[in-house]
Design a protein around this ligand. Sequence first.
Ligand code: GLA
Length: 376
Amino acid sequence: MVKLTPPMGWNSWNTFGDKINEQLIFDTADIMVEKGLLAKGYEYLVIDDCWSLKERDSNERLVADPEKFPHGMKAVADYVHSKGLKFGMYSCAGNLTCAGYPGSFEHEFIDAETFAEWGVDFLKYDYCYHSPIIHGKYLYSRMGLALENCGRDILFSACSWGADETHEWIKRTGASMWRSTGDIFDTWDSIKDLVKQQERLHPYNGVGCFNDMDMLVVGMYGKGNVGLKGCNDTQYKTHFSMWAFMGSPLMIGCDIRSMNQETLDILTNEEMIRINQDPACRQPMKLVGTWTGDDLLLYAKQLAGGDIAIGLFNLREEKAYARVNLDEVGLPFSTGKTLELTEVWTGEKTTVKNANFIKGLEPFDCAVYRAKVVNL
Ligand code: GLA
């Protein structure tokens, strides 16, 4: 399956871990529609690890745990589809999944068939307990082929955490997204760490196969499976802005049944989502700026149609000043052009006067602009 812009949806892992069941999925599907998340583009509802029994059946098929999913997975898929959403599931390239359930190793084709029969539209494919002999590129190619041959359009979401130089071979496996880093946790340090690890991998992002910086922790506030210290709303806003700006898939990880208004506002910022879903999917370009140094990240990204997105991310716990020089985005003074900026969170508009501008950023805060090229 070919997906042209970063996939968006919800995934059970960050908050629920193994505490998943069909009622949770039904309620989450309802909320995705009622709260307008589907309308904003969050279309995939994905059940992560821990959904199956520990043994396959006598035909070698995976079996949904009847205590968690008493009506079976087809019924869950049908409900999700009845809401206009797409349904995602999880397996692993190894003998076992990361949580110790059966993996798809040497069962790739039969599992792809099972997922197709159940009505699955998205498969997250993990890398735990994989063969020490067979390289990841072959393991992911197998499942990529199995999915392409299963008779159903299933988005292939690879999750090998960037291991074994994933970026070098993942596009050939048919994956539409690939986890470029290790697991996220609900702390500011984890967010910072993933953004920095991503830096060298931006050149590999692009239309059809997206660098997946992992599920969002926005709105978790330290609760749930990967909830540690938690973050505040400014940090969640900056986290969301960086993931969206950098072209990552946007998979919500909090409990949306009880999310507050701040969380909903962050997750549904239309202009931020528009930058994420920009059809050109060009890679973000790091700006040098001035007075930056560590933990003040400046990025620009050319958008389809000639606009430029500019993102200023203050990862520090103190106020910082970002200075952006327009010659770095291809608009030196000599072009006679400048930028008219609209900030996506406040709507504030400014036109850059002297080929550069300075923006003060509160601790952990960011400013993201959609910029138009105009005459000086
Ligand atoms: C790995 C993945 C996570 C999650 C868990 C499930 O750690 O990276 O995203 O799927 O496995 O066990």
